[in-house]
Design a protein around this ligand. Structure first.
Ligand code: GLA
Length: 418
C-alpha cells in the first residue's frame, strides 16, 4: 500500500463477514481529502456499495420477499476518533459546504446541510446505545462515485460506510462488530434521525451482499441469504433525469395505504400479519371491502410477492427469459396499481425491452424518479444502450446516464492506524 498509512494485520477474529477488498481509487481520494482537511491520517476506512432492487417493489415493509444486488459503485469513508468532543464532516460530493463542524453534545440542535443527517444519524444511534466513549469526537471524510438521488441507495451506502468505519474505530468493539448490528444501526438512523420510514431492503443489501450473488431478504423474519447470479447475466442501469428523494416522496402515503389495506382485511381473514403473505384468492374475495387506493396497493403487493417467487424459481431452473419477464411484469404492476412510476421510467422500460439482449426491465427502489434496472445477457453492448438513450433523448430532450454492472460485494471496513 502506497499511502504511507500503517496497515495493521487483520485477523477477522469474531467477524461474520469478509475481510477488506484491495484499495480502490476511492480510498486514495478519501485519504487525501481526510489528510488535507484534518491534517492527520484516518484510523479506519469503510466502503459501502449502492444497491439495485432487482424485484420485490414495496414488499419489504409489507413482510414480503425482495431481491437486490450491490453495485460496483459506492461510498468510501475515512474516519478518526478524537477526544475533543467535536464532529467534523467533509464530503467531496458537497465541496461548497467545506468542513461541517458540530459537536457530540450539540449536533441535535445545530444546523447543518441535509446530507449530514446520514452520518449524524449513525453517530446518534451509536451514542444512544452507549458505544461512544466519554469526550469522543469524530473526523469523517466522505467520497463517493455513486450518483445521489437516483434510487440506488446512496443514503444506505453512506450510513453503512460511516457505521463500519465508526465501529471499527471504537475501542473494544472492533473485534466483535456484527453485521446485523451495523445494519440495524444504519436502518434506525434512517428511520429515526433522517425521518424516512423505509423498510430493510437497502441496508440489508448494502450490508450483506456478496460478489456475484443476489441478496434475497425475507422481510417477515428479516433473514437474508445469497443466491448466485447465473453466469452470462448482468444488469444495465439507466438513470432518468428525475431526481428521487424518498423523504419528499409519497413513500409514507403508500405505506399508510398498505397498512389500511391490512387492517381492512384483518377483519375478514383473522391472523394475517403481513399484506405480502396474503393469498391472491383471499384478496380477490375481500378486496371489495377496501377503499380504492388501499385495494390497488394490496393488489400490487400480493401479486408482487408471487412474482418474486416466480423470478427466483425461474433463475433456479436456468430460465433467464422467464426471470426477465417477471421484472417487466413487476414494473407494469408498480405503474398500474402502486402508482409509483413516472413517464420517464415507463419509457426507459419500454425502450430497454426493445433490445434483444434485454430480458426484462423495471423501476428500481421507491419510484417516482430514479433509475431503471434491466436484466441483460452478455450480448448487451454500447450500441443497444445508445439506442435506448437515443429514444429517451428524443422524447425528453435529456440523455440518460447508463452503466453496466454485475453483482458486487457489500460493506467492508478495516482498521488502518492505531
Ligand atoms: C426504498 C426503500 C426500501 C423499499 C423500496 C421499495 O428503496 O428504502 O425499503 O421499500 O423503496 O421496494
Amino acid at each position: 500500500m502506497q499511502s504511507g498509512l500503517l496497515r495493521l494485520g487483520f485477523t477477522g477474529v469474531g467477524r461474520d463477514f469478509p475481510v477488506m477488498a484491495p484499495e480502490s481509487p476511492l480510498f486514495f481520494t478519501v485519504t487525501l481529502l481526510f489528510s488535507d482537511q484534518f491534517a492527520s491520517a484516518p484510523m479506519t476506512r469503510a466502503h459501502a456499495p449502492g444497491r439495485v432492487e432487482v424485484i420485490g417493489n414495496h414488499t419489504d415493509y409489507n413482510g414480503g420477499t425482495v431481491v437486490g444486488a450491490a453495485l460496483d459503485r459506492g461510498v468510501e469513508v475515512a474516519l478518526r476518533l478524537t477526544s475533543d468532543g467535536r464532529v467534523r464532516l467533509v464530503s467531496n460530493a458537497k465541496p461548497a459546504d467545506g468542513v461541517v463542524e458540530t459537536s457530540i453534545s450539540t449536533y441535535a440542535e445545530d444546523e447543518w446541510p441535509d446530507w449530514c443527517a446520514y452520518p449524524l444519524g449513525v453517530i446518534d444511534e451509536a451514542r444512544l446505545r452507549g458505544f461512544l466513549p466519554a469526550g469522543a469526537g469524530l473526523d469523517i471524510a466522505i467520497h463517493s462515485d455513486l450518483p445521489i438521488g437516483t434510487g440506488l441507495s446512496s443514503s444506505a451506502a453512506l450510513e453503512l460506510a460511516v457505521a463500519g468505519a465508526l465501529f471499527e474505530a471504537l475501542p473494544d468493539t472492533n473485534a466483535s462488530i456484527s453485521r446485523s448490528l451495523l445494519i440495524e444501526i444504519a436502518h434506525r438512523a434512517e428511520n429515526r434521525f433522517v425521518g424516512m420510514p423505509c423498510g430493510l431492503l437497502d441496508q440489508t443489501v448494502v450490508g450483506r451482499a456478496r460478489a456475484g450473488h443476489l441478496v434475497v431478504l425475507d422481510a417477515s423474519t428479516n433473514q437474508s441469504h445469497p443466491i448466485r447470479l447465473p453466469d452470462g447475466l448482468g444488469f444495465a442501469l439507466f438513470r432518468s433525469h428525475i431526481s428521487h428523494a424518498l423523504v419528499d416522496s409519497p413513500y409514507e402515503v403508500r405505506r399508510d395505504e398498505c397498512r389500511k389495506a391490512l387492517m381492512g382485511l384483518e377483519r375478514f381473514i383473522p391472523g394475517i400479519r403481513h399484506l405480502a403473505r396474503l393469498h391472491p384468492a383471499d384478496l380477490d374475495a375481500y378486496a371489495s371491502v377496501l377503499e380504492t387506493r388501499p385495494s390497488l396497493r394490496a393488489r400490487h403487493v400480493v401479486h408482487e410477492q408471487r412474482r418474486v417467487g416466480a423470478f427466483l424459481s425461474a433463475l433456479h431452473q436456468g430460465d433467464a427469459e422467464a426471470a426477465g419477464a417477471c421484472m417487466t411484469a413487476s414494473h407494469e404492476s408498480s405503474r398500474a396499481f402502486f402508482d409509483n412510476s413516472i413517464p420517464e421510467l415507463d419509457a426507459l422500460v419500454q425502450f430497454s425491452n426493445q433490445q434483444g439482449a434485454v430480458l426484462g426491465a423495471r423501476l428500481s427502489g421507491g419510484g417516482w424518479g430514479g433509475s431503471v434496472v434491466a436484466l441483460v445477457t452478455d450480448n448487451f453492448d454500447t450500441k443497444q444502450a445508445d439506442a435506448i438513450c437515443d429514444a429517451y433523448e428524443e422524447l425528453f430532450e435529456v440523455r440518460p446516464h447508463w452503466w453496466r454492472t454485475s453483482a458486487s460485494a457489500g460493506l467492508v471496513h478495516e482498521l488502518l492506524t492505531a
